[in-house]
Design a protein around this ligand. Structure first.
Ligand code: SAM
Length: 172
């Protein structure tokens, strides 16, 4: 079976529009790299200089724009996108205190849902305290999205309760 991240990368390819891709949590650049292979333009955000450095080593194409800023400010850089991903949490081999936070994630998510033209994936991690709080807010918000405008699905391991899971939001 695919890992959650492999699953997202495969799901991305099934959508027809590939003009603008956005990685809202750049990290080590794996999602940015996956987007760069299928999208004409890619915007990628992180608050850590290390993330930009690691990602630059994986992908240096002109159509990929690495932005040192929080995703809660994404509306300063983009107005619309086709494929987006939030891979929440922290960089595994770095400072675990530099993680995504419920408050800023929710500010970003509410903006991003209005900007999406096609699909957004949110990978949630509930193995740490902030992640559990954040994942609950994300799930509550996604569950109340208007079903006439969005389809919202969950991909989750039923026999591994603490494993990460994916929320997929499709614009109808
Ligand atoms: N997508 C990454 C990859 O492919 O390696 C993994 C992302 S990692 C789990 C989460 C990242 O979110 C960290 O690099 C962290 O610095 C970043 N982050 C935390 N708060 C952020 C914010 N407000 N805006 C953008 N990125 C943030």
């Amino acid at each position: 079976m695919y890992t959650m991240v492999e699953y997202v990368h495969e799901r991305m390819k099934t959508y027809p529009k590939h003009d603008i891709g956005v990685d809202f949590t750049m990290g080590q650049g794996n999602d940015t790299l996956a987007l760069s292979k299928i999208c004409k333009e890619v915007y990628s955000f992180d608050i850590q200089e290390e993330a930009l450095k690691a990602t630059r080593e994986k992908v240096s194409d002109d159509h990929v724009h690495l932005i040192l800023d929080g995703h809660e400010h994404c509306d300063r850089y983009i107005q619309e996108f086709d494929i987006g991903i939030f891979n929440l949490g922290y960089l595994p081999a770095h400072d675990h205190l530099i993680t995504t936070h419920q408050e800023t994630t929710m500010i970003a998510l509410e903006k991003v849902v209005k900007m999406m033209r096609q699909v957004l994936f949110v990978v949630c991690y509930i193995g740490h305290e902030e992640g559990t709080r954040e994942a609950q807010s994300v799930a509550d918000y996604c569950a109340q999205l208007d079903r006439h405008c969005y389809n919202v699905a969950l991909f989750k391991m039923l026999n591994k309760p603490l494993a990460p899971y994916v929320i997929e939001i499709e614009k109808r």
